[in-house]
Design a protein around this ligand. Sequence first.
Ligand code: NAG
Length: 332
Amino acid sequence: MLFIIIFLFSIPSLVFSQPFSNFQRYDLPSTAVGPFSLAFDASGRGPFTGISDGRILRYDPVQNSFFDFAFTSPTGSKAVCDGTDNNDNPDRGAICGRPLGISFYFRTNQLYVTDAYKGLVVVPPNGRLAENVATSAEGVPFKFPFHLDVDQVTGDVYFTDFSSQFQLSQLLQAIDARDATGRLLKYNPNTRETTVLLRGLTGAAGVALSYDRTYLLVAEMNANRVKKLWLSGPNAFTTVDLITFQGRPNNIEKNSLTDFWVVVNTRIPGTTAGSFIRIPSAVRISGIGGGILQTVDLSRYFPNMTISEFQPYGLGGYIGSLRTDYLGRGNY
Ligand SMILES: *[C@@H]1O[C@H](CO)[C@@H](O)[C@H](O)[C@H]1NC(C)=O
């Protein structure tokens, strides 16, 4: 009996691995790429997503199409920016912006955005131009704002700066160098101050606040692990390494009271020497002990691609990526 229990707990990713029963692909408007992060507003409209030319789009299921909702840079205009790819071009990114993480504060229906080139910005409820709220903390400018989560009670915004040395256009260099200058930050909208919660993170990627608001999970992409930071209780402001993956964790989204979806991109050797294949997956983990509860292999729908986010929705979730010209939705 004991052996069976140990066996089950030692390979949970195999035991609970399951494909989707259906998958739907939502093509972005022509020229648009990179729906990195997904969010729904206070009345359930969406998904909203930020793309590589600096726009934030809203999907309307009734009309089955995407509409312009907002943009993150005051110097961005349709004529200059639409259809550009600011993932790899920092000069263009500085002009047009590149929204990465997006998350609503439901009480006000403001949309907070980590823009890779502009900092932390906030979009007013009716959309259009975002307002910049933070560009540095403790005198150190943000280099690569990545992902965020909003405390729905206080309005505090928890967000990551992937690196203090490398920007979005240098993501692969940052990974190769195992850069460990990332930070976990907190923006307080009442004082308008940004404080540093953790520094020296090895590629600070996804962040999620637990439903009970007692702890945060933060992904360290360059170290293949997820850390847990307690915010209250006897362990407040201490961390533990919650789980280490074979692949690289990206964004994290809360799922229920105690579990979270982490996107993990793994590389396996290809058929010829030196080649590789990317295996994107969504992994549901326990925020309590870090155990793997479920693994969804998404390589059928995103072949040899990396994905960035799994946003749980209904009996499945929406899937975003930094590079694709579509987002996906799957149900179990
Ligand atoms: C996967 O993508 C990488 C990078 O684009 C490429 O080098 C590799 O050959 C691809 N693998 C397969 C099996 O297509």
